[in-house]
Design a protein. Sequence first.
Length: 290
Amino acid sequence: MRQARAHWMLWIAFLLLGLTMFIVSVNTSGGRWSMGHWTHPRGKGPTYNEHIEQLAQVAALPWPSHDAMVQQMTRSTFDAALNQASGFVVFSQWVVFSLFTTFLLPLWTTSFASEGLGREREAQNLLWVLTRPLSRPAIFLAKYFALLPWCMMLNLGGFAAICLCGGRHGRMALTTYWPAVVWSTLAFSALFHLMAACLKRSAVLALLYAFFLETVMGNMPGHFKRLSISFYTRCLMFDRAHEFGIHPDRPGIFLPVSGLTAWLVLAGITVACLVIGAIVFTRNEYLDVS
């Protein structure tokens, strides 16, 4: 119940959720989740739909029956690939991978995860918490399991709301990617809870981590991105969506790991952060608390 109290970071999370839902809804109503409106050459040429219309005009010429059938099949194939099959790919790349996984997910998790112990320290209530008839590791884990449901509801519920605004492509993304969101929330929550046990102003460090390491460094080429949790979240998503043709744009630069490896890393981060956090919380004297 204490973790459910609204604070300024939570209102920012709701504001970002509302803004993202609005943008996704506008693009859904405008039929923008496809490659049909893309131009070729990029930025100055006709759109792919205009190219398809040109194919339709060619198919309407008085071809022999066999050639006319081939022309019509070619036009139908391009239309299905660009305006139907590409919708899930575009939604995944722009909304799920670029916006949600590397920006919204870590930022939303800080709304609750950094407050489990951080709020107690800032409100000078931690001394009262430490006098409870529980061991310190039990208090640390109890705080984690108290904030975890709210992190899950915000992240998984927010992801579901965004996907439902995306129409059928969004619903397909929700059923495909939700396990990766769950495992990522577990890892982010454990990491930010560890920061709260180590530092007094943990929310500031958590925000810096979310903005720079996850959003910026997590999208850089090379192996440095493997220090970010969002990298393994995307690898798990790529593994689940492989059958739909979803893969990194440039695998030689992104250098993904297998889905099993990504799952093991996320689970390992969660366990390691909880163990280290319990040890630190047990040994720290917290002399800054009056």
